[in-house]
Design a protein around this ligand. Structure first.
Ligand code: TXA
Ligand code: MG
Length: 340
C-alpha cells in the first residue's frame, strides 16, 4: 500500500478512506492520531496491527460534536457538561460509561466505558463530520516509540501500513491529552496533559484524584496504556534534574569520548562551553516549548544511531510540566544523570 500525504483541500478523499474502512492519520493540537471508523470492527482491528499495539489497550473515540457522544453515552453529568463547555474542543479526554453493546470490544478492550476526545483541529473535525462516524484515535506511532508531532514522524513509522496522512504541520501542544475518568464518583486523572488538575478543579469546584498515574511497575494502572514501555528512543535517556548541574553534565561528556545527545533549554545551551562530542538540540525556553518539542527531539536522535546516551532537561512537575515529566520518566525508564 502506498501511503498518501493529503493537504487541507483533500479532506473529502480522507473521509472516503475512513468510510471504506481504511486507516487515515489525522492532526490534532496534541499529537497526530491514527483514525479508523470506530463503528467498523474490522477497521479498528487494523489500527492495532498497524501500530503493533497490545489488544487489551482501549482506544480513544474521537468526535466532532457532543451529539456524537450522546449516541453512545446515556448520561453526561453536570460536572462533565461544565468541563465540555470549558475545554472542548481541546486537550481533555473524558471517560464515560457506555450504553450496553454500542461499541465493539476492539474499541473498548472489553470495558463498559470509553474515552471521548473532541480535538482542536479544524481539518480533523471536518474529516469526522464528513465521514459521519466517530473515529478511533490512538497516537499514530509504532507502539513504544515517541508519539508523532509531524506528518513526517507518522510517515516514518507507518508508511505502507495506512492509506493516508493529513498533513497540517507540527502540532502545538506536543504531549497527548489529559485523560480524566468521569465514570467514577470522584473524577480521576489517569494521564496528565495540557489541561491540568488545577484547571479542572477550577471548573467543577471539587477535588480531582491525581495519583493513579503515579504507579510503580508492579501495579496495574487504570489507564491500560500507561503500563507499557513508552516514548523510548533507541538511545538511553538520562534525566538531568532541576537541582543537578549542567556543568557536571558537560564535564561528564568531555570525559567520555563518544557522541552524546543533549536536550536542554536555550539558556543552558548558551551558558556552557560544550565539548565537541555533545550533539545539542533545544527544548526552547519554558515548560510549554519543552512539551511541544520533547517527542520531536527524541525522534531526532533516532536519526543518529551513533548516539547511545541522551541527557534531557528535567522540570519540577507542575502545570504542563507534570505531563512533560510523566512522558520523560517513561522515555528514560526512570534513569537520572545522578545515577551515572
Ligand atoms: O492526545 C491524545 O489523546 C492523542 C490524540 C491522537 O488524540 N491520542 C492518544 O491515544 O493519546 P492513545 O490511545 O495513545 O492513548 C489513550 C489512553 C491510553 O493510555 C488508554 O489506555 C487510555 O487512554 N484509555 C482509553 N480508553 C480508556 C478507558 N475506557 N478506560 C481507561 N483508560 C482508557
Ligand atoms: Mg499513544
Amino acid at each position: 500500500m502506498k501511503t498518501l500525504i493529503l493537504k487541507k483541500d483533500q479532506i473529502e478523499q480522507a473521509a472516503n478512506f475512513i468510510k471504506k474502512g481504511e486507516l487515515v492519520s489525522f492532526p490534532t493540537e496534541t499529537v497526530y492520531g491514527l483514525g479508523a471508523d470506530a463503528t467498523n470492527e474490522t477497521a479498528v482491528k487494523k489500527v492495532y496491527a498497524a501500530k503493533g499495539r497490545p489488544s487489551d489497550n482501549p482506544l480513544i473515540v474521537t468526535v466532532s460534536s457532543v451529539e456524537m457522544v450522546k449516541k453512545y453515552v446515556d448520561h453526561i453529568n453536570d460536572d462533565a457538561q461544565k468541563l465540555i463547555k470549558a475545554f472542548w474542543p481541546g486537550s481533555l479526554t473524558m471517560i464515560f460509561k457506555l450504553r450496553p453493546n454500542v461499541l465493539s470490544k476492539a474499541v473498548t478492550g472489553g470495558l463498559n466505558t470509553a474515552a471521548f476526545r473532541f480535538p482542536q483541529n479544524q481539518l480533523t473535525l471536518d474529516l469526522i463530520t464528513k465521514a459521519g462516524v466517530p473515529i478511533v484515535g490512538p497516537s499514530a506511532n509504532t507502539s513504544g516509540k515517541p508519539s508523532p508531532t509531524t506528518a513526517q514522524h507518522v510517515y516514518h513509522d507507518l508508511n505502507g501500513k495506512i492509506a493516508a496522512i493529513i498533513d497540517d504541520g507540527p502540532t502545538t501542544v506536543g504531549v497527548e491529552s489529559t485523560v480524566l475518568d468521569m465514570s467514577v464518583k470522584t473524577p480521576s486523572i489517569l494521564r496528565p496533559g495540557a489541561v491540568t488538575k488545577d484547571d479542572i478543579e477550577a471548573v467543577i469546584h471539587q477535588n480531582v484524584i491525581d495519583e493513579l498515574h503515579h504507579v510503580g511497575t508492579d501495579q496495574t494502572p487504570k489507564a491500560p496504556g500507561m503500563k507499557y514501555k513508552h516514548y523510548a528512543p533507541n538511545a538511553q535517556v538520562y534525566i538531568v534534574d532541576p537541582e543537578d548541574s549542567w556543568l557536571d553534565v558537560a564535564k561528564w561528556i568531555e570525559n567520555h569520548p563518544q557522541p552524546v545527545g543533549v536536550m536542554a533549554f536555550d539558556n543552558v545551551i548558551s551558558s556552557i562551553d560544550w565539548p565537541m562530542n555533545a550533539q545539542i538540540v533545544t527544548l526552547g525556553s519554558n515548560s510549554r516549548t519543552a512539551s511541544r518539542d520533547l517527542f520531536a527531539d527524541l525522534r531526532e536522535f533516532d536519526n543518529h544511531p551513533e548516539i547511545k546516551i541522551i541527557f534531557t532537561q528535567g522540570l519540577k512537575p507542575s502545570g504542563i510540566a507534570e505531563a512533560y515529566m510523566n512522558r520523560l520518566n517513561k522515555s528514560a525508564g526512570q534513569m537520572h544523570f545522578k545515577q551515572l
